[in-house]
Write a protein that binds this ligand. Sequence first.
Ligand code: ADP
Ligand code: ASP
Ligand code: MG
Length: 477
Amino acid sequence: MSTVREQLVVMKFGGTSVEDAKAIERTAAIVRGRRDRNLEAVVVVSAMAKVTDQLLAAAAAAGRDDKAGALAISARLRHRHIDTAAELLDGERFVHLQPAINHEFDALDDLLRGIAAVGELTARTNDLVVSFGERLSSRMVAAAFEQRGLQGAHVDARTCIVTDGNYGKAVPQEAAIEAKLAELVLPLIQAGQTPVMGGFIGATAEGITTTLGRGGSDYTAALVGGGMHAGAIEIWTDVNGIMTTDPRICPDALRVKTISFEEAAELAYFGAKVLHPATILPAVQKSIPVWVLNSRNAENEGTKITALAPRCASPFKSIAAKKRLTIIDVVASRMLMSHGYLKAVFDVFDKYKCAIDMVSTSEVSISLTVDSNEKLPEICEELGKIADVKYEGRKALVCLVGEDIRGHNGIAGQVFSAVSHINVRMISQGASEINMSFMIDEEDVEEAVRSLHKHFFVDPDETVFDVAARVPVAVKA
Ligand code: ADP
Ligand code: ASP
Ligand code: MG
């Protein structure tokens, strides 16, 4: 399968696109639209909206011996899935699927009882619990497609998405995945069927269930697109595409019509939830165009992510923010900058597998930012042996991304005057020169993003942003 399969589209539908029977109807109609254009489709679905959070809550409840609480969550989920299946399917098909759904929930209940009995929730068992979300949604969607003449064929993602055993954030094994897709999914496409699989989940070569990390269904879509040399990857979600910022913070955010892989990756990494950060890589490696589209407004053109960014008169394409970060200040007046000192500091983070987002150094101190995590006390205790260490949580990173920063002078001045009323802790301009980011307190994020958005997107370049669709924002008298 090394040549491009131009007519193949990998279509990923997020949680809101399969949240209930109506959403699944819309999803089926979108897939039909592609099939009617003689395209082949592989469909990747998330769990129904909020199901992953609820499964995590059930696992956590079982882990602290709250068996009743865990089983109550599972019972509510069972009803939701059965009710949705009943609404979607005709009598005969429902009678066929209902026992399969019940069987999955019986297995989930046994698992939750087991966790409660042992009184311990391991990362491996946690992955197994959350995997039920995508296992169930993909079965229902496949059955719904089958009934609607789309020849839906359910594929258990765990048979194709081969990963290592790093539970909670497993690393996909691309060569093995490509081979499995050729063996198990390609024949279905060749037979005119529409394979439907859950995103986010995979299994080790030994068959133990794993997950790719939160938001990982996008990543699955990219792995399938890359592994099958698809002509395009479509990420269907609940907004019109990649916007100039999170529309939940700025309702007047504009759709970005085209964005480069590099810009999209940077945005995703720095907190724009619309795309999982790892999604871009398999697509870039194989030069597969990625589209972000709205399943509630399928007519909209969405955002096209391509290798090269179009020239843009505005310096930035979008603003992202990432919360729940911690700043660590390492002060060591005597030893700093001496040979091997930075290595000693970074080795401590490495030992605890803690990724660093941003670093700034002065004569006597290093400031680092990391995702808040439960290992911080240990990390700081160990750093305390070679320096004075302080850490402060509830911080956030605001990041402005755009390849055209390079061509604009005085941008830093504009950024910081737009947020001059906010206390800025650390500043960085990435080596890639396509992002500018700074750290602030978590509670200042919304205000900072709104001020920056107002400043930089007041008169946006119409060739890059969908200015015509701008939502007028009510002005207070
Ligand atoms: P899905 O379940 O389809 O994967 P997500 O909730 O993971 O959807 O991602 C879509 C959400 O991402 C949007 O509803 C929006 O609130 C948020 N978002 C954050 N930043 C952006 C951005 N720059 N552009 C578009 N959406 C964004
Ligand atoms: N269902 C998973 C989550 O909520 C994966 C995804 O939706 O992308 O994180
Ligand atoms: Mg998502």
